[in-house]
Design a protein around this ligand. Structure first.
Ligand code: SAM
Length: 278
């Protein structure tokens, strides 16, 4: 099953067409004009022969005209999102079904908070920043500042980073699904970013960078004061313990120390997300 996360021009609906099963989850009314709801005939045919991804790879490379893709594809096929932004680890997302896992939570919070600015710290290949940017796109409002130091696998404090943001052009990477205008990438540490942009305020903040106790505490202390009243901050990996290379996971310890906040915990097997509201 493919979950298609998009806004329709009317009510949300579930329908089944030959080849591709679709379930449209959002039911918010918007003025977005869709050319056609549903997959195109050629996409359904490609899917029937297991060539759906290959077909769109040709479109993304400019070898086939964009017009040959459906709005359904253009405005957010979640399987594609997970695959392209490498979101299948740590967020409960499932590429095969298009289940965005925690991505649905971030999107839901952003859809309802309708923030002017969103901050994302740390991502291997951009999954959560992309989900947040897509939520801003659907809100027709808001911008994501994505900050990652771009650490490579061998570097201390990489916490799973592969140097992706230094080896690739982030703007090009985020140009798919029409989210490029809703996201800016800053390849620097969160400390440097905070210093460089001291006046920015946020209504939604996602912290997934330095996973050590001292690191997450620093990010919290830097950015909590910059969260607007009623805004939300999400911390990834609040239950991961043990060593990572020469460092020790410490988000769990810091999370335990946080008191006096509105706190929510989402646990999905080994993956966990903590959310605070100011
Ligand atoms: C790879 S993510 C952890 C995996 C993540 N859950 C995901 O969805 O991809 C950690 C990222 O944080 C970045 N990072 C580590 N320390 C940082 C810091 N102090 N400031 C900004 N980014 C940092 C690393 O470069 C890395 O890309």
């Amino acid at each position: 099953m493919v979950y298609n996360w998009q806004r329709l021009g009317g009510r949300g609906q579930t329908r089944q067409r030959s080849g591709v099963r679709q379930e449209q989850l959002t039911a918010t009314i918007s003025n977005m004009k869709l050319r056609k709801i549903g997959f195109s005939r050629i996409e359904r045919l490609a899917n029937l022969f297991g060539l759906y991804d290959a077909y769109h790879a040709f479109v993304e490379k400019g070898m086939l005209r964009k017009k040959m893709t459906s709005d359904l594809y253009r405005f957010g096929n979640t399987s594609y999102l997970i695959k392209y932004f490498n979101g299948s680890m740590g967020h409960g997302a499932i590429t095969k079904t298009g289940n965005l896992g925690f991505g649905f939570l971030h999107a839901g919070f952003i859809n309802t908070l309708n923030p002017e600015r969103v901050l994302c710290i740390g991502s291997r290949q951009g999954f959560i920043p992309a989900v947040c940017a897509l939520a801003c796109k659907y809100n027709r409002h808001g911008h994501v500042d994505f900050v990652d130091a771009g650490y490579d696998a061998g570097e201390p404090g990489n916490w799973g980073g592969t140097g992706f943001w230094k080896k690739n052009n982030p703007q090009e990477h985020f140009s798919v699904l029409g989210i490029g205008d809703h996201l800016t990438t800053y390849v620097m540490t969160s400390v440097d970013y905070a210093r460089k942009y001291p006046n920015r305020k946020y209504t939604y903040i996602y912290v997934d960078g330095d996973h050590s106790y001292a690191g997450v505490k620093k990010d919290f202390n830097l950015f909590w004061p910059r969260l607007t009243d009623g805004g939300m901050m999400a911390l990834h990996d609040i239950n991961t313990k043990g060593a990572y290379n020469d460092s020790e996971f410490g988000v769990w310890k810091f999370w335990k120390e946080l008191k006096g906040h509105h706190m929510l915990e989402f646990i999905d097997g080994v993956n966990a997300l903590g959310v605070l509201q100011k």
